[in-house]
Design a protein around this ligand. Structure first.
Ligand SMILES: C[S@@+](CC[C@H](N)C(=O)[O-])C[C@H]1O[C@@H](n2cnc3c(N)ncnc32)[C@H](O)[C@@H]1O
Length: 279
């Protein structure tokens, strides 16, 4: 009780904003108390107040990063909000495949991939419904700010509870091996995916070369933690790495901050975005 009165939550919120651009609501300050217990333990401390004092006295970028990472919300599931995946299968991918017939390559980016379910969902969709692309170069990149979730994505290992969320039974049988309560994606799925840690709000995106162009980008359920200014900057950068005929999916409650460079397309009970040439 006493601790809650003396902890400088404003400092902690500013620290998180500086590291990840995540804007935390003051009404949820209590989350610092629950989420930072591991960070405190690793520092040999017991009270948040102590941690804040320590940070104020001496800059410690690694510790600051681990605090921002501990405050991220990593909620995800396989085939989350199923409609974008259904629309890809029935309409968008057949058209993209036709357009890429001579290049025989498709690139996807699960930006803010959390523990990897979004990227693996795309991989399974490709294997299941587009087997003729076996000779194509299919790359699915997954990136996230939080090192811990990226490590989990790289391991491709899920608990029964995670497997039971959104994954059709036949996919479980076909694309996973299991021991007890743990399920691991099969190599034919994991070899299509590559995961690494990256901050979407760094001055440069993790992919920024001309050859890094993506055909489909998932930027779902992450912008809701960003300010309007951060969203605008990020979406302008995303626009630059999306192919001119590429597709952007946002979370179901998210909109591009600058509609002048995106065309919203309503189809299949969902909304996706196509890049427009900036005027
Ligand atoms: C709610 S999850 C969304 C996961 C997935 N895209 C989905 O829709 O199921 C949000 C993810 O965004 C990540 N995140 C938050 N801020 C970020 C940033 N600045 N750069 C990269 N990832 C970030 C968090 O670590 C978290 O894993």
């Amino acid at each position: 009780m006493q601790q809650a009165a003396t902890v400088d939550y404003i400092y902690l919120r500013q620290l998180v904003f500086g590291q990840s651009q995540n804007v935390l609501d003051p009404t949820r300050d209590y989350l610092f108390d629950t989420r930072l217990t591991k960070v405190l333990r690793n520092q040999g401390m017991t009270r948040l107040e102590e941690l804040v004092q320590h940070l104020k006295q001496r800059k410690n970028p690694q510790l600051e990063r681990s605090i921002a990472e501990a405050m991220t919300i990593n909620e995800t599931s396989f085939f989350r909000d199923s409609r974008p995946f259904e629309l890809l299968r029935t309409d968008l991918l057949p058209k993209l495949i036709e357009a890429r017939r001579s290049m025989r390559a498709l690139r996807f980016w699960s930006a803010a991939c959390s523990t990897g379910q979004e990227a693996f969902s795309v991989a399974m969709l490709m294997l299941e419904h587009f087997p003729l692309l076996a000779g194509w170069n299919i790359r699915i990149e997954g990136t996230d700010l939080c090192a811990e979730v990226v490590q989990r994505a790289q391991a491709g290992q899920y608990h029964r509870i995670e497997i039971n969320r959104g994954l059709p039974a036949r996919f479980v049988v076909r694309y996973f091996d299991h021991t007890g309560e743990e399920w691991v994606v099969k190599p034919e799925v994991s070899k299509l995916c590559n995961f690494r840690q990256a901050n979407l709000c760094s001055p440069q995106l993790p992919f920024n070369r001309a050859e890094d162009r993506f055909d489909v980008i998932f930027l779902r359920n992450v912008m809701l933690y960003f300010s309007q200014e951060t969203r605008r900057t990020l979406l302008a950068a995303i626009h630059r790495v999306l192919a001119p005929d590429g597709i952007l999916f946002l979370g179901s409650s998210e909109q591009p901050a600058d509609p002048s460079i995106w065309t919203a397309v309503l189809a299949g009970g969902t909304c996706h975005f196509k890049p427009r040439k900036p005027s």
